[in-house]
Design a binder for this molecule. Structure first.
Ligand code: ZN
Length: 166
């Protein structure tokens, strides 16, 4: 198990550009705002989408294309750092015009309209590293904890410094 504590948060409310790809849009937003750790939710509608199912034996995503318009009934995800740059991981429940749903790992989603709420953990950095057992790139939480501890030490030092030196 890995565990990390996040004490401070910032909120970002975003209207996603029409015709952009949802994952690409959030990724570039994370890059331009220097987001290193966060979670998000999104609702809205997609013109078409591609979702994935992770084959646990073969360690690869099986893809399902949804070529018709979809409501984003629910989309949740997170932002962390993979190979030095922000990486967006999102899952979505998508509903067609009959209300029938398909759900999975969101690979692509052409946005008709979407509203995103990002919760950023500005003092922290979540880093992914390859995990042999799953073949996935998972959070390296020991590293997250040590960066958090480092900040605590630094905070304590600053507090102590201002107490002593004013
Ligand atoms: Zn996933």
């Amino acid at each position: 198990m890995g565990l990390s504590r996040f004490d401070t948060v910032k909120h970002l409310i975003v209207r996603v550009e029409h015709d952009s790809d949802l994952i690409t849009f959030i990724t570039s937003l994370a890059k331009s705002n220097g987001l290193k750790a966060g979670t998000f939710t999104a609702i809205g509608a997609l013109k078409h989408a591609k979702i994935g199912f992770y084959d646990q034996e073969k360690h690869e995503y099986l893809e399902v294309r949804l070529s018709d318009p979809q409501e984003i009934a629910s989309c949740i995800g997170n932002i962390s750092i993979k190979k030095g740059v922000p990486f967006v991981h999102a899952h979505a429940v998508l509903a067609d015009q009959k209300g029938d749903v398909k759900a999975g790992h969101l690979l692509e989603g052409k946005v008709f309209a979407a509203e995103v709420h990002i919760i950023e953990f500005p003092q922290n950095k979540l880093v992914r590293k390859n995990d042999e057992a799953t073949g996935l790139s998972l959070w390296d939480l020991e590293l997250a904890i040590s960066s958090l501890l480092y900040e605590r030490v630094e905070d304590n030092w600053l507090r102590e410094k201002s107490r002593i030196f004013g």
